[in-house]
Ligand binder design. Structure first.
Ligand code: PDD
Length: 295
């Protein structure tokens, strides 16, 4: 019999079916919380400290006082182990809400403890998408103006992503004031004249951990990076495009709406960055070689 998955809620490890959250939780009423998703490569987390820094920033951004950072690494490791994910590619989801309190718009008193929920789950690699590239659509970025906070209030993202699913697309690029910002759950990079363009770090995008790593890899590979948004009208001049994210890693985009990108195949800059990324993840953390170059 398959054993049920173990999760962590507040102070306890327990089977998922036994993890209950009060309907009075501020997360339920107001989506009053923040989260992180970290990928584990056969037991080794990718950029754990960077995820913790972003979690701190998100919590500060929504003024939730949370002081259990020292425990998080051990809880995540134990969930990976107890869910038998130590030799797998897995994700760990961490959510902190402001806690349980009677519904009022103002914050509850300081003695309300934030709710902490953590779970681990298999996170398979999108190998075929990474090899062949994907088609995406684009839509208006209807989100709020604090997208740098990894808030659990994801209704705009889910509504837009559902449209992508219904259109048979892999993701949806978001456009604000005529410029690409990011996608519903990944960042966007576009290549023009051999240089990588990506929206600057600002309140309009999530500072993706993968995005930051890719920028560093580009520097090591002597690929120029320009942190400037690309205009939606300029999509025809784009040579290559890819999305980055904890789940997506680096997935080439070969078509945006009805526009074919480059020659409709993943381009050389994307391939070079994928290769460098696989080296620091699959190869160095998990000891596995991944190849995507099947041209
Ligand atoms: N999403 N932009 C948005 C809006 C995101 O939700 C994400 C991640 C990213 C990529 O960030 P990172 O490289 O740190 O994963 C960019 C997570 C994985 C999710 O919501 O499941």
């Amino acid at each position: 019999m398959k054993s049920s998955s173990k999760v962590y809620l507040n102070q306890q490890f327990l089977p998922k079916e036994k993890a209950f959250i009060s309907p009075e939780d501020r997360g339920f009423y107001f989506a009053d919380g923040v989260y992180e998703v970290i990928k584990y490569y056969k037991g080794y987390p990718f950029c754990f400290d960077a995820h913790m820094t972003r979690l701190r920033n998100s919590l500060a951004g929504v003024r939730i006082s949370f002081n259990r950072f020292d425990e998080l690494a051990d809880i995540c490791d134990r969930l990976i182990e107890e869910n038998r994910l130590i030799s797998e590619y897995a994700g760990v989801y961490i959510q902190v809400t402001r806690g349980v309190a009677a519904r009022t718009h103002s914050f509850p008193s300081n003695d309300v403890t934030p709710t902490l929920y953590i779970r681990a789950f298999p996170m398979p690699t999108f190998l075929s998408e990474m090899r062949n590239g994907v088609r995406v659509i684009s839509r208006d970025d209807i989100r709020w103006l604090r997208c740098n906070i990894k808030s659990i209030a994801l209704l705009p993202n889910t509504l837009i992503f559902q449209e992508a699913m219904e259109a048979g697309a892999f993701e949806c690029l978001l456009i604000r004031d005529g410029k690409f910002t990011e996608a519903t759950h990944s960042n966007i990079m576009m290549v023009r004249n051999g240089m990588v363009f990506t929206h600057p770090d600002s309140n309009l995008i999530l500072p993706g951990i993968t995005r930051t790593k890719v920028i560093k890899l580009c520097s090591a590979l002597s690929v120029g990076v320009i942190e400037k948004p690309v205009k939606a009208d300029d999509i025809n001049s784009i040579e290559e495009c890819f999305i980055t994210g904890t789940g997506s890693e680096i997935i080439p985009v070969v078509m945006v709406d009805n526009t074919v990108i480059g020659n409709g195949k993943p381009g050389p800059v994307t391939r070079m960055i994928q290769k460098a990324f696989f080296k620091i993840t699959y190869e160095e953390l998990a000891g596995e070689k991944i190849t995507v170059n099947n041209d």
